[in-house]
Design a protein around this ligand. Structure first.
Ligand code: DLL
Length: 433
């Protein structure tokens, strides 16, 4: 078992908790005294640093929302003078203005440390040749992973997104054995390779993929691993708290959140009430050491749960379950809550379907109607109408059985849905609210 920073990674749970308490107390003290934004907010909620007597007291602090970052655009939430800032990234944001995030040198160092631990836990280090096919630039994925991979001593090929044929050529020529990108882009790359007569499994050295930035299901992991002959690890993060930061370890059972960097809670998305470990809700993070843009109880919008048991890998740092989707991604179809990732899970259990799908939601009179548009795999695609009708009905039945929703299913020829180099866009919601 490899550790990047064994002293911190193998710290016993109670010592970690003590460390988190000290860091939280220092954070509240610092923000109360030096951040005009948080000082105002704490005063409004009658909070002083003396109110923090243990880690659980984090729940006394007010939440921070994406809206706060938007309302304070571009820099009113920064807690250091501009001279201390060495980097900015911009979070795309699907609606409204983007948000700007800032980093001091120390923030970059901590981000890099976090990724160094995570990449090591995924088996990446000196000797690995890693292709980074996340976007470089304003998106945090490319540069974040780049710094982390260099820190662990891997040889980095900073391909960024796009120019897929070139990427495949480099993968072969440079004997790339690991890659970081979105799961949808890796699937796209594998298809493109196949069209060029190249099998990722047999004709390249690829062995490890660090996949994230969008929801993907356990079934999709299994298919990627089997078809490409690799180990695929989930990586999570968001621009507001640096970017990509946390991954699974070799156990592949939950994403470790480095507790000295972040204090996490899971709350009921509607009431904000703190939930027990094992209960599903919205992830809330408090950044314990960030300087330029510290966040107190930031509502990520991501749905997950905290695992209770200790991980076999020996790290006491808390794990979260694979992200199910965003609270705002959740579709309510005739009153039933559905996450696109659940539909993906059901689809990927059906051997005859390919890996690309799209969900179209519209109003049919007063009722919601959802159409699952999914590509059939090249092997299973057939002109025999009866075969295709049988497959369609099988998928409909499974969706009904697992998710209790009635859907229309549309089977499509392989290659007919759009492909994405970054995050996939899978939902088309035509309803008007
Ligand atoms: O996507 C940072 C990142 C880059 C993460 C590379 C992993 C790898 P944003 O663009 O700010 O940052 O988007 C953050 O993406 O709140 C989640 O909803 C979603 N997301 C990120 N990772 C995962 C994942 C980057 N592993 C938003 N599974 C987050 C599911 C994910 N959703």
């Amino acid at each position: 078992m490899e550790y990047w920073n064994p002293r911190i990674e193998k710290i016993p749970a109670d010592e970690l908790r003590k460390m988190q308490y000290k860091l939280l107390k220092m954070l509240v003290y610092r923000l109360y005294n030096f951040s005009p934004y948080y000082r105002r907010k704490f005063k409004k909620h009658n909070i002083t640093p003396d109110d923090i007597k243990n880690c659980e007291d984090v729940s006394k602090l007010p939440f921070t929302y994406k809206k706060d970052l938007r309302d304070n655009y571009p820099d009113k939430m920064f807690a250091v003078p501009q001279q201390e800032i060495v980097r900015y990234h911009v979070s795309s944001g699907t609606t409204g203005k983007p948000t700007i995030v800032a980093y001091t040198q120390q923030d970059i160092n901590l981000w890099t440390e976090s990724l160094a631990r995570s990449l090591t836990a995924c088996g990446i280090g000196r000797g690995n040749i890693i292709q980074i096919s996340y976007g470089y630039g304003l998106f945090t994925g490319g540069l974040g992973l780049h710094y982390g991979a260099e820190r662990v001593g891997a040889s980095v090929i900073p391909t960024g997104t796009g120019n897929t044929e070139r990427q495949i050529e480099l993968m072969q020529d440079m004997k790339v054995n690991s890659i970081a990108c979105t799961p949808s882009y890796l699937i796209h790359m594998a298809e493109k390779a196949e069209n060029l007569g190249i099998s990722i499994k047999n004709d390249t050295n690829l062995k490890i993929a660090i996949l994230g930035a969008e929801p993907w299901s356990e079934k999709t992991r299994q298919r990627i691993e089997d078809e490409l002959g690799i180990d695929a690890y989930d990586i999570y993060g968001m621009s507001e708290f640096n970017g990509p930061m946390f991954t699974e370890c070799s156990e592949k059972s939950g994403i470790h959140i480095w507790g000295d960097h972040m204090l996490v809670e899971v709350v009921d998305p509607k009431t904000g009430e703190v939930l027990e470990e094992g209960e599903e809700g919205e992830l809330v993070v408090t950044t314990l050491q960030k300087e330029a843009l510290p966040l107190i109880r930031y509502r990520t919008g991501d749905i997950t749960e905290l695992y209770q048991d200790l991980c076999e890998c020996g790290r006491a740092h808390q794990r979260i379950a694979r992200i199910k989707g965003r609270a705002d991604d959740m579709l309510i179809i005739r009153g039933i809550n559905v996450f696109p990732s659940q539909i993906e899970y059901v689809l990927m259990q059906t051997r005859e379907v390919g890996k690309h799908f799209q969900l179209v939601v519209e109003r049919d009179g007063a009722l919601d109607k959802m159409t699952v548009r999914v590509e059939v795999s090249t092997e299973a695609f057939s002109d025999k109408i009866n075969d295709m009708i049988a497959l369609k009905n099988r998928i409909k039945d499974r969706l009904k059985h697992f998710l209790n929703i009635n859907t229309e299913v549309e089977l499509l020829e392989p290659g007919s849905l759009p492909r994405f180099e970054g995050k996939a866009k899978r939902i088309i919601d035509k309803r008007e609210f």
